[in-house]
Each structure stands twice: as C-alpha cells, then as structure tokens.
Design a protein around this ligand. Structure first.
Ligand code: FAD
Length: 288
C-alpha cells in the first residue's frame, strides 16, 4: 500500500483510471470481472466513485477492497460531503483503513434530485475543503486529494473565484488534484498558469475521457459542464453514426490529447474509462 502523493514525487507521470462500483441492488461479480482485467494494465492507481446521496454507495467499499486485494493496485476512494455526515465519514474512514485504503478524493458531490433543501443545507461539510480539513485533523494517516476544473466549476462566478477556492482546498489538506474531464488542452494550460500565479503547487492529474460512442457526449457534457471544442464536434460529425469508427476516433482523440499533455510535462493522466479496461489498454499502450 502506498500513499499516492508519494508517486507524484518520483518525477514520473502518474497514470490512473476511474471506475465505478455496482449499484446497491446489483450483483458484484460482473463488475469485479471487468476490474480484474486492470491487473495486467497496471495503472498506478484506480479511483472508485461514490454516488452522492448514496445511490451506488453500497458497494463502494467492497469494490475498493476488491481492487486492493485482487487487482493489486492502489486505490483512491471518492467520498462526497453530500451523503456523508461527520459520524459516517469517521466510521467509513475506519473501515477504509481496515481494508488497506488510505487515499481518498474529497468531493462535495452534486445534489441528488430527491434531496430536500433541508437535507442539502444541513450537511456537516459544506465544501470539499471542509472535509479535507476534518480528515487531516482527525485521520492524519490519510492522503486527501481534491477536484479542480479546467472549464471552471459551473457554480463559481468567475475563474478567479474558482481558483481562490481551489487554493483553500489545497491549504486545507488536499495533497494532489484531479481535473474534471476536458477536451481542450488550452483550458488545462490556462488553469495551471492561474494556479501558479495563485501559489498552488499541488500536482495535478489531467482528467481525460475517451468518447467511444456519440451518445455518451450529451450526458457527459451535461453532467460535467465541460465545453466541446470544434475539433471534437468534427470527429463526432464524421464518425458518430458508426460505433466501431467512433470508438477508434474517440480513442485517437484522447491519445492525441494525452501526448500533447505529456509534452507539456503534465504530472499525471487520469482516464475516465469507467470500467472499460480495453479502452484503457488501447490508450496506455500508445502513451506510456
Ligand atoms: P467544492 O470544492 O466544494 O466546489 C464546489 C463549488 O464551491 C465551486 O464553485 C467552488 O468554487 C466553490 N467552493 C469550493 N470551496 C469553497 C469554499 N471553501 N468557500 C466558498 N466556495 C467554495 N461526484 C460524485 O457525486 N461522486 C463522485 O465519485 C465524483 N467524482 C468526481 C471525480 C472528479 C475527479 C471530479 C472532478 C468530480 C467528481 N464528482 C463526483 C463531481 C463533483 O462532486 C462535482 O463536480 C461537484 O459539483 C463539486 O465538487 P467539488 O468537490 O469540486 O466541490
């Protein structure tokens, strides 16, 4: 078991993938079968999402533990302040530690549709930074990471405000950052320049999502608030109607994005491959 923050200190690019656990009412085995395939891909770590509000929270711990035990790679477990009371956070961190997981990505989470104003407004931790502060004070063995946004977080009034809030997050204990997915590298470079000017020195992994079918794009953009550059909409227009061609073109677009990021000295690449090891394998074999 390693502290993921140490990986960034080695000077090598850190390669990671994001996966999600099965929903509470679904069996574990089909997802576990897919996750086993990450063993030979050997990313530096896998991150396991958490459904804010608890929709897929049931299997998050089992999934993270399975990865540690059976896949044999380090795990970053996502936790969201929406859906986590202080008590639940403390007890969950104890369970994580018992399972050899001591790296967490602290997130606020988005409000589930069925959550009342009262429930949402009375959460114990308002922002990811509040959670990071609590974990650093009360669970010092944990490494805490945070999220950042090359396209700006959709609620922030300005880019400057978002970066000032990101500084709070890092000052409160986030040792490294992972970006929201983005399709335009210039946005990432602009964010890094602004971080430098704000004195934020935490390493940043660039979040890349390969668009492997045209239908994914609408949901992805709606959920993430990420903009779509003309270069990508041209790819969709050209290949979107044929799933095989689109998959190839989507992987190629992501691969080109990563090669450019590597040539600009990016600290890490975080692939939003969401339980698709074949996509991760195709990209990593080109860029690692
Ligand atoms: P925050 O850091 O709290 O930021 C939210 C807004 O508040 C921003 O506009 C920010 O500028 C502002 N802000 C931040 N700190 C402060 C402060 N101290 N004072 C005032 N304003 C502040 N969602 C899930 O539900 N489950 C997941 O597993 C999940 N994984 C993710 C993984 C990554 C890598 C990323 C980038 C996002 C993920 N999300 C996930 C989505 C995330 O929950 C949403 O993007 C959410 O809207 C914001 O989360 P955050 O942690 O960035 O929030």
């Amino acid at each position: 078991m390693s502290s993921i923050k140490e990986m960034y200190k080695s000077g090598k690019t850190v390669f990671s993938c994001e996966v999600f656990p099965p929903k509470k009412d679904k069996p574990l085995e089909p997802v576990m079968e897919k996750l086993r395939e990450f063993k030979d891909i050997a990313p530096d770590f896998l991150s396991v999402t958490y459904g804010a509000g608890g929709s897929n929270a049931g299997h998050a711990v089992e999934t993270a533990s399975f990865i540690r035990r059976e896949v044999g790679v380090d795990v970053l477990s996502h936790i969201t302040s929406v859906g986590f009371s202080k008590e639940k956070l403390d007890s969950s961190l104890d369970i994580f530690r018992e399972n050899g997981i001591e790296n967490v990505l602290a997130l606020r989470g988005d409000r589930p549709k069925d959550m009342t104003d009262e429930e949402y407004d009375s959460r114990d931790f308002f922002h990811a930074s509040d959670m990071a502060e609590h974990i650093k004070k009360n669970h010092p063995g944990f490494t805490v990471a945070g999220a950042c946004y090359p396209d700006k977080h959709f609620e922030a009034a300005s880019y400057e405000e978002d970066i000032a809030n990101l500084k709070k997050k890092v000052d409160m204990g986030c040792s490294f950052l992972i970006t929201q997915l983005f399709f335009d590298n210039d946005k990432f470079y602009k964010m890094r320049d602004m971080m430098d000017r704000a004195g934020i020195s935490a390493p940043v992994s660039a979040g890349i999502m390969p668009i492997t079918n045209a239908r994914m794009l609408g949901t992805t953009v709606t959920l993430s608030g990420t903009s779509v550059p003309k270069s990508l909409s041209d790819v969709i227009a050209r290949y979107g109607e044929n799933d095989d061609d689109m998959k190839k073109a989507g992987i190629e677009y992501a691969t080109d994005q990563i090669k450019d990021l590597l040539s600009h000295g990016v600290d890490g690449i975080h692939l939003y491959v969401m339980n698709k090891p074949d996509t991760a394998r195709a990209i990593f074999s080109e860029v690692r």
